[in-house]
Design a protein around this ligand. Structure first.
Ligand code: HSE
Length: 597
């Protein structure tokens, strides 16, 4: 999502990535991959690249071993690592696919590609003590320069001859810590099936206090098999912090050179969620919510047409066409995806004053009523989030926020409407205008009325939101001049391609001398190697410059079910965490004293 961030001299900035490791107890089946993708997306939208280390899917290693054992018995051990590597690679590839679906530039790598070296011990019985000795850090960094996420199978490595070797039980912990150390990352986030380390087994004693933080020695005493010993020793010797957490949870245990502190166990509260609208994006959001039924309870879904055939299984009892009934379910969070202005505005206010936080994907209402809706949220003491309103799955607003914390944004230019971009590409390929529009609608990119995409109004609304978040200024939508795709002939688009150019809908904001903003949505012929020309199909790209002259760029899928639902769901998870954080704060143990001798 962040292809580059360059300083004034043009050299790319590559901060150490975040290393995150998913245990086999978390990756229980292919269905868990979108959940792992949510964890990674959360890190990406804070502007970091990610190295994800995966274990084989739950039961996969045993299944592979059983297969071989049943036919060959125990004798053939030399090739066992090659067999088990398949399970590790499968899981890494599945996670990369889940990321690709939401528009993240992820690549699964084979341990051999990054030279992860772990010689097999001469005595097979000693395999449990296997230690990773090296990796090709330069190669790994090169992958990270070109891609946002590198998924590395843990547990599997290579011996001196390049053949597969294994790291012993829990070995993916060690792969993760080793890679973090090689890349200069300070921290490894380990996603487990427990939300941290406890004084005693939380599965036996439900009220066992959890350590919010503890040092490596304490961790050695209490972690049992939860963390591989070699991984813990390596983290200790390299000063790498380990965060132990569960999928989608805010809290966990931090292992670092720190005084141990404990916290009372707090069950994650299930939040009631009402969906307003259940079209392309809404149905995707519903699926994510249903998969996280430990955190969310979908209490009602407002739809126009109760009889409409949906491609997602939704219990009929949840669907309703009467807004009053939906609000009567007293949701904790309302997800507004109906589009339009006045009705959406009324629903959002209704939600706030009924005590619900709001996640919206509706740029039209936010652009028109930005101040009023934020004021209503503040008055009601509620949260308003709308990441999906700009960029689909590309976290454009978050990137602007992050840069603006350090330096004012001077200008931006972007391809920010996936439908227009898709249509322009199809026209260049030789398709007719009507067919291209229909195709965009069928793929779920277009707004319900595609005029907003074709005439630039959708992009203009997004510019209004980017002006607020990136420049801290109001930008009246009427001041944004827009070109319409309807005024462009297919012949012009094809001719441009023949000339080596690419026509793009380019949205811009710059500062005038008097500090006010100038914005436009224009159809422009760009050289084929222009950063924006390289956005293909429904993809979006944004580049912006800050006052130090540094240029920041990001890209991804700007429209469609899964990228957009990802952004909505990330907001939902943020709200869940915010609420859980407050809860934990209230229930924090009064005496955060050291608890172990
Ligand atoms: N219709 C919009 C687009 C959806 O095509 O970009 C995402 O905002």
């Amino acid at each position: 999502m962040r292809p580059y961030s360059q300083n004034q001299q043009g050299s790319p900035r590559l901060d150490p990535p975040v290393v995150i490791k998913f245990g086999g107890s978390v990756l229980r089946s292919v269905d868990a991959m979108p959940m792992a993708a949510h964890e990674i997306y959360r890190i990406l939208r804070r502007g970091h690249k990610v190295v994800a280390v995966t274990s084989a899917l739950h039961g996969q290693t045993d299944a592979l071993l059983d297969d071989a054992h049943n036919v060959f018995g125990d004798g053939a051990a030399h090739n066992r690592p090659a067999l088990l590597r398949l399970g590790e690679m499968r899981s890494a590839a599945l996670l990369a696919l889940a990321l690709e679906r939401i528009g993240v530039d992820a690549r699964a790598v084979d341990p051999a590609q990054i030279g992860l070296l772990c010689p097999a011990p001469a005595d097979e019985a000693k395999n449990e003590e296997a230690i990773v000795q090296a990796c090709d850090t330069a190669r790994l960094k090169a992958f990270l320069e070109r891609h946002d996420v590198v998924v590395v199978p843990g547990f599997s490595a290579c011996d001196e001859e390049g053949f597969s070797s294994l790291l012993g039980r829990g070995g993916s912990d060690q792969s993760a810590v080793f890679l973090a150390s090689a890349l200069g990352a300070e921290k490894v986030r380990m996603i487990k099936n427990v939300d941290g380390l406890y004084e005693s087994d939380p599965f036996c004693a439900a009220d066992a206090p959890r350590f919010s933080s503890l040092d490596y020695d304490h961790a050695r005493r209490v972690c049992g098999p939860a963390i591989q010993k070699q991984a813990l020793d390596l983290a200790d010797s390299q000063g790498i912090t380990l965060d132990i957490a569960m999928l989608a949870r805010h809290h966990g245990s931090t292992i670092a050179p720190t005084r141990p502190a404990r916290i009372a166990h707090v069950e994650a509260k299930r939040l009631k969620v009402a969906l307003l609208g259940c079209g392309t994006v809404g149905a995707g959001v519903y699926q994510h919510l249903a998969r996280h039924d430990d955190l969310f309870d979908v209490c009602a879904i407002l739809v126009n047409d109760l009889e409409k055939k949906r491609d997602v299984d939704i219990p009929a009892a949840l669907l309703g066409s009467d807004p009053a009934q939906v609000f009567a379910a007293r949701p904790d969070i309302v997800v507004e995806m109906i589009g339009g202005v006045d009705t959406a505005d009324a629903f959002i206010r209704n939600a706030f004053f009924g005590g619900a936080d709001v996640v919206s994907a509706n740029k039209a209402v936010l652009a028109k009523r930005f101040s009023a809706l934020h004021k209503a949220a503040a008055q009601a003491g509620r949260v308003l989030r709308y990441s999906a309103a700009v960029g689909g799955g590309v976290p454009m607003l978050e990137a602007l926020d992050e840069v603006r914390e350090k330096a004012a944004v001077s200008s931006l230019r972007g391809v920010i409407n996936g439908t227009a971009n898709f249509i322009l590409d199809r026209l260049a390929d030789g398709a007719g205008f009507e067919d291209a529009v229909r195709e965009a609608q069928e793929k779920g990119f277009a707004e319900s009325d595609p005029s907003a995409d074709l005439d630039g109004d959708d992009a203009a609304a997004k510019l209004v939101l980017m002006a607020r978040r990136g420049f801290g200024r109001a930008l009246p939508v009427k001041d944004i001049a827009c070109d319409s795709l309807r005024d462009l002939s297919a012949q012009t688009v094809r001719q441009a391609r023949e000339n080596g150019d690419v026509i793009r809908q380019v949205s811009t904001i710059s500062r005038r001398q008097n500090g006010r903003l100038r914005a436009a949505v224009r159809l422009e012929a760009l050289p084929a190697d222009d950063f924006l020309a390289l956005a293909k199909g429904e993809r979006n790209r944004l580049e912006f410059t800050d006052e130090s002259g540094a240029v920041h760029g990001l890209q991804g899928k700007g429209a469609g079910r899964w990228p957009t639902a990802e952004a909505v769901f990330a907001d939902l998870l943020d709200i869940h965490r915010l609420r859980a954080q407050n809860e934990v704060h209230i229930k924090a143990m009064p005496d955060n004293e050291p608890v172990c001798a």
